[in-house]
Design a binder for this molecule. Sequence first.
Ligand code: AMP
Ligand code: GLY
Length: 423
Amino acid sequence: MKILVVGGGGREHAIIKKLKENPQAETIYALPGNGGIARDAVCVNIGATDIDGIVEFAVENAVDYAVVAPDDPLVLGCVDALEEKGIPCFGPRANAAIIEGSKVFSKNLMKKYGIPTAAYETFDDLNAALAYADTLEPPIVVKADGLALGKGVIIAQTRQETREALTDMMRGGKFGKSGERVVIEEFLTGPEVSVLSFTDGETVIPMVSSMDHKRAGDNDTGLNTGGMGTVAPNPYYTPEIAAQCMEQIFLPTIRAMKAEGRTFRGCLYFGLMLTPKGPRVIEYNCRFGDPETQVVLPLLKTDLLTVMQAVTAGRLKEIDVEFSPRHAACVIMASKGYPTAYEKGYEITIPEAVLPQVYVAGAKAQNGRLVTSGGRVLGVTAVADTLRGAIDSAYAAVNTIHFDNAFYRGDIGARALKAGERE
Ligand code: AMP
Ligand code: GLY
């Protein structure tokens, strides 16, 4: 079988390594992939948002199955375009990917179907937004409607900051078209949980839960990033909370999307906050999380290709999806300065023995060497019987890897460990 994976980060590397466990996966193409993925797949220099280029490549190379991993091509209709050529895909069509593509859409969906989320109002007029914000007590949460590389959420601590955020987004064009409409919402508190799920639009199978670490610095200080590390499972996500989420959030969301004529097939990611009043949806993503995938897939016992194909065929209820009861931790090694300015081009050395644990995100091949080319460079994952064991083993592997200007958080999993000990 020839499989094509659209994307080129750590998440795609984790998907590709897992797909390779199935001997049927003879050839895997990564579009565009990266210098590290090149060890595990045939990388082709076609960008993840070049939909015409992707479709042309898939047809010319008689690809049997495609996995579209990142948000942009999904929102742009990459799955629709591939399916038109008869290529079965894993991933939602554009009309369902809107659940991530527009926060106004997802908030209105939740309101209409009674799915618990933060109270909110949406605005496309700056003056109306400013007037409304003046009636609220800070902190005030301001979100750009569209995709904004994970940076479209501002938690304003004062009214003045709120006014600035709204003006930047709605008049200053800070996020381009994505910021022309905004959501202003209630500030919630509580531990966050990421739950990725497989769904074919009828059945929803949650994967093992995980915890992301979004801030750049230890103890959750510094700027927001794409994610500096993850652990799975998330100790705050008890079986009772899982049952409540299934009842109040997961199933209602799948049914709501179907009722709207937007059947969702693929990986639906629920970003949840466990508030004192119960679980609330903070965000939906129409795809696997990054770096959640780097801890969730290593714990998947069932063959990934089989599960994906069942999703595509609408046969998910016919299969069992099993996860290991063990623990996983992933530490992101980034370039100093990320998420703002950082230097690139430093050689990366990874001992052969830890390569199976490494998911490459921002690196390219240059004269036969691997060099840094992005902010998040590598994700290093370890699996063990205990969370402590997984964390220690991930850091032990990190310590064997070298590149200049490397930086990583030293406390990935620390909060989860404390929470786990309290139970
Ligand atoms: P998002 O891009 O929607 O995931 O938001 C980024 C981060 O902002 C989330 O992971 C939360 O930590 C935080 N956040 C988003 N919405 C809220 C809210 N209503 N209350 C408190 N924190 C929030
Ligand atoms: N780690 C958060 C995300 O993938 O959106």
